[in-house]
Design a binder for this molecule. Sequence first.
Ligand code: CAA
Length: 268
Amino acid sequence: MTPKHLVLETVSPGIAIVKISRREALNALNTETLTELREVLRAHSADESIRVVILTGDGDKSFIAGADIAEMKDKNSNEGVWFSQLGHEVTKLLELMPKPTIAAVNGYALGGGTEMAIACDFIIASDKAVFGQPEVGLGIIPGFGATIRLAKFVGYPRAKELIFSGRRIKADEAFAIGLVNHVYPAQELMTQVIELAKTISQQSFAAVTKSKMLMNEFSESTGLNFKLDAEAHAFGRLFGSADQTEGMSAFTEKRKPAFQGLAKDTQS
Ligand code: CAA
């Protein structure tokens, strides 16, 4: 079936581009888009003719502006856990599929957007890219893997600062802290990413895939399912809390939130 919210392309043999396309919501991820993404990534993972997968966003403004806040606003705890688990299935495909995955970040990569990028093997950004984990300003925590993966890119102190403050950072700072490998002018981004993907695709595929598998095994991927499950349940527990209701209502009503304090499950 042709996906509604994804644009799929194959450039030169073996390089697949997956472009998130919901421009009206700055490519925010709703359930339908995540489900399509999961199906396409499963197919790309199994397709031996594909050697590199590039994830990017449609348009010149946004990579992915996070999970869809309008859809999340009225979720209850169980629905919050389920939504996080769906996001995790997608991020696990990006992280663990046997072939390299590259995030080409062309604009806003906020919340679930940064989380999709850090599930890829590495990130290449345009000079228009903006990263951040703004979830605490919505009364929730990151739910698509940032509590586990962000520190792999930038170390725990920086990951904590970004997650606790919700501060947005531009491409130059993202480069300085090791979140992105390269920054290019916006109009050059895809040419540069495709060039690198071509170089990778011309190497021994068996050797590249083995390297990825070993590096994943030797890094923090140990215990990944346990950690993601803990994140999904912590994320879900915040749904239905006063701060989550206020934080997400404030976003959709285009005003600042007025938070009450500790979430019920964090009070001693
Ligand atoms: N969900 C739903 N809709 C979104 C969205 C999101 N994450 N981000 C943007 N949109 C929508 C806006 O509501 C707006 O729609 P309308 O035109 O119908 O009002 C449209 O996209 C354009 O957005 P803005 O008018 O806000 O554009 P802007 O240029 O003024 O600001 C922005 C851009 C800074 C990215 C701002 O849109 C923004 O802050 N978006 C939300 C970012 C965010 O908080 N992401 C995290 C979500 S939570 C999450 O991801 C949880 C998780 O870990 C899984």
